[in-house]
Design a binder for this molecule. Structure first.
Ligand SMILES: Cc1cc2nc3c(=O)[nH]c(=O)nc-3n(C[C@H](O)[C@H](O)[C@H](O)COP(=O)(O)OP(=O)(O)OC[C@H]3O[C@@H](n4cnc5c(N)ncnc54)[C@H](O)[C@@H]3O)c2cc1C
Length: 263
C-alpha cells in the first residue's frame, strides 16, 4: 500500500469522564476556593506528576444522557489536581475566581454534594531533572497550585526562587504547607496591570540567574511567550532548562495553549 493509500486509523476513543462529587469547600483567599472531590470516579485516578493537569467537565444534567449512544463530552476546563490522597480517595483542586467563566462561576456557586465529571488520567507536568541545583518559578495565580506541587517534588537542597503575580496582598498564599518558600509577590491592583505584565517586568529586571538554574514559567499565554523570549535571549538558556506553559489567554474562553517552546 503506498503512502497515499494508508488506511485511515480509527479515531482513538477517549475514556468517558468519571463522576465525583464535592466533599468540602474551603476559602483559601478572597479569590481562591479549594474544593475537594470524592466518589467512584476516583477509583481509577492515576497519581499525577508534579504540576500535571486534568479536565473538569461541566454539565447541567445527568451524564451520559439516557438514550444517546456515544454522546459528545460536555464542555471542559483544565485544572491542576493539587492534592490527591489515594488512601482517602479524595482530590483537591484550587479554583481562582477570576470573574465570569464556566469554571469560575461553577466554583463560586458550588455546594457540598454537587456532581462533577473528571478525566481520571492527569497528563503533562514537570519532573525536575536529576542533579538540578536551583529552580526559578515564575507563576500567576492560576499556576500557584502547580507551582506548589513542583516545589514539593524537588529533592532537598535544591534552591528555589519564586516570583508570583496575584491581584493584591490578600491573595498571597503559601505555595506549599510543607515546603518553606518565600516568593516575591507582585500585585496587579497597583496601576491595574495587564495580567502577566508585572511578571514580564520582574523578569526583564533580573540581572542574573543563579548558576545552572532551571526555570519553570506558567501564566497568561502572551506573558509566558514574552518571558520565554526574554529569558532565552538574555541568558542564552538551553531549551532543556526552560519549561514554559500558557495557562489561559486574556479574552479567550478555554484557551488551549500547545506552544511549549519546543522546536
Ligand atoms: C495545565 C493547566 C493547569 C491549570 N490549573 C489551574 C488551577 O489549578 N486553578 C485555576 O484556577 N486555573 C488553572 N488553570 C487555568 C484555567 O484552565 C483557566 O483559567 C480557564 O480558562 C478557567 O475557565 P473559566 O471557565 O473559568 O473561564 P473561561 O470561560 O475559559 O474564560 C472566560 C474569560 O475569563 C478569562 N480568564 C480565564 N482564566 C482567567 C484567569 N485565571 N484570570 C483572569 N481571567 C481569566 C478569559 O480570558 C476569558 O476572557 C490551568 C490551566 C492549565 C493549562
Amino acid at each position: 500500500m503506498s503512502v497515499s493509500q494508508v488506511a485511515p486509523q480509527p479515531k482513538k476513543q477517549r475514556p468517558p469522564p468519571k463522576p465525583v462529587a464535592v466533599a468540602s469547600i474551603e476559602r483559601v483567599t478572597p479569590g481562591v476556593l479549594r474544593i475537594a472531590f470524592v466518589g467512584a470516579g476516583l477509583d481509577a485516578f492515576a497519581q499525577a506528576r508534579p504540576g500535571a493537569h486534568m479536565k473538569l467537565f461541566f454539565t447541567a444534567g445527568e451524564w451520559p444522557p439516557a438514550g444517546i449512544e456515544n454522546p459528545p463530552r460536555p464542555p471542559s476546563r483544565t485544572y491542576t489536581p493539587r492534592r490527591y490522597d489515594a488512601a482517602a480517595s479524595r482530590l483537591e483542586v484550587e479554583f481562582v475566581m477570576h470573574g465570569a467563566g464556566l469554571a469560575s462561576d461553577w466554583a463560586a456557586q458550588a455546594k457540598v454534594g454537587d456532581p462533577m465529571l473528571i478525566s481520571a488520567s492527569p497528563g503533562g507536568g514537570y519532573q525536575a531533572p536529576e542533579g538540578i541545583s536551583h529552580l526559578v518559578i515564575i507563576a500567576d495565580d492560576s499556576a500557584l497550585p502547580a507551582a506548589g506541587m513542583v516545589i514539593e517534588s524537588l529533592p532537598s537542597g535544591v534552591g528555589v526562587t519564586a516570583i508570583c503575580e496575584v491581584e493584591n496582598a490578600a491573595e498571597e498564599r503559601p505555595l506549599s504547607p510543607r515546603v518553606n518558600c518565600a516568593p516575591r509577590w507582585l500585585h496587579r491592583e497597583t496601576g491595574n496591570a495587564r495580567p502577566g505584565s508585572l511578571l514580564e517586568t520582574a523578569v526583564a529586571g533580573m540581572a542574573t540567574l543563579p548558576a545552572d538554574a532551571h526555570v519553570w514559567v506558567a501564566c497568561e499565554a502572551a506573558a509566558m511567550r514574552h518571558i520565554r523570549d526574554n529569558l532565552a535571549a538574555r541568558f542564552n538558556l538551553p531549551r532543556a532548562r526552560l519549561h514554559t506553559r500558557g495557562y489561559w489567554k486574556f479574552g479567550d474562553q478555554n484557551y488551549p495553549d500547545h506552544d511549549y517552546g519546543e522546536d
